[in-house]
Write a protein of this length. Structure first.
Length: 245
């Protein structure tokens, strides 16, 4: 995916804009703005949905060599992602450090298949930077706990396991986490898992029961109940709603 700025478009619908010379297609300015807004707001599900829609239709040819073209396209995307997270409140020095790291990541690949898989990974990295910004005011121990949770969502997570990783007692971590985050650590984990599971509902062929198992929920009913608590609708309703959109 690469979204590039173009000449003004009279019809700013979400349809793809066609260059007069017929060389390539690219998304409308409105679609581009919707993606950047979703990123700046940290709306991961919406950002992934828009990005998938863009990639489904067309990717610009930005060089004669297919690999170089794909790399240029990804770098263009990273430029916009960088602007979006700065707008969302990430310090520019942090955003540009991430940008340069992503460019090096792109340039290090030589396989077209790997490059095609990189788009969503890069977007995830930028949104993670935005989410970490919201956690920067926490103490070092709480930040460490949150980072561990984010990196091990698909594994067994308990208060004791996380406390051991942070080198503190379970009771101390529980008290500190609740004080700073205003939510206990287990409900925090469940909320994170529900949020992450949205992507799997929309972009994989896995069943709801398989997704529930993947995210370590004891059964589909418990996952459904928690999902409805946090999202307002069931996983099935969420999937049907966004699939239609």
């Amino acid at each position: 995916m690469s979204i590039i700025f173009s000449e003004p478009i009279d019809n700013q619908s979400t349809e793809l804009h066609i260059r007069q010379n017929g060389d390539y297609l690219h998304p409308s300015i409105l679609l581009e703005q919707q993606l950047l807004t979703a990123i700046s707001q940290g709306n991961e599900t919406k950002a992934f949905t828009i990005l998938s829609s863009v990639n489904k239709h067309y990717r610009e040819v930005l060089a004669d060599n297919p690999i170089r073209s794909y790399k240029n396209s990804l770098i263009s995307s990273c430029t916009l992602f960088t602007r979006a997270i700065i707008k969302g409140g990430v310090q520019p020095r942090v955003a540009f450090r991430l940008y340069h790291a992503c460019v090096l990541q792109i340039e290090g690949l030589t396989d077209i298949t790997e490059l095609k898989q990189l788009d969503h990974i890069l977007l995830k990295q930028f949104i993670n930077a935005l989410q970490m910004k919201d956690e920067s005011n926490y103490s070092k121990i709480v930040q460490q706990a949150i980072t561990y949770v984010n990196e091990h969502l698909l594994e067994d997570l308990t208060l004791d396991i996380i406390a051991e990783h942070c080198n503190v007692s379970s009771s101390y971590l529980s008290h500190l986490f609740k004080k700073e985050v205003t939510i206990s650590i287990i409900p925090f984990i469940n909320k994170k898992r529900v949020e992450e599971s949205k992507y799997f509902l929309l972009h994989t062929e896995q069943s709801i029961s398989e997704i529930a198992s993947l995210f370590q929920f004891c059964n589909q009913s418990y996952y459904t109940a928690l999902f409805k608590k946090h999202v307002g609708i069931t996983p099935k309703e969420y999937k049907n709603k966004h699939t239609k959109q």
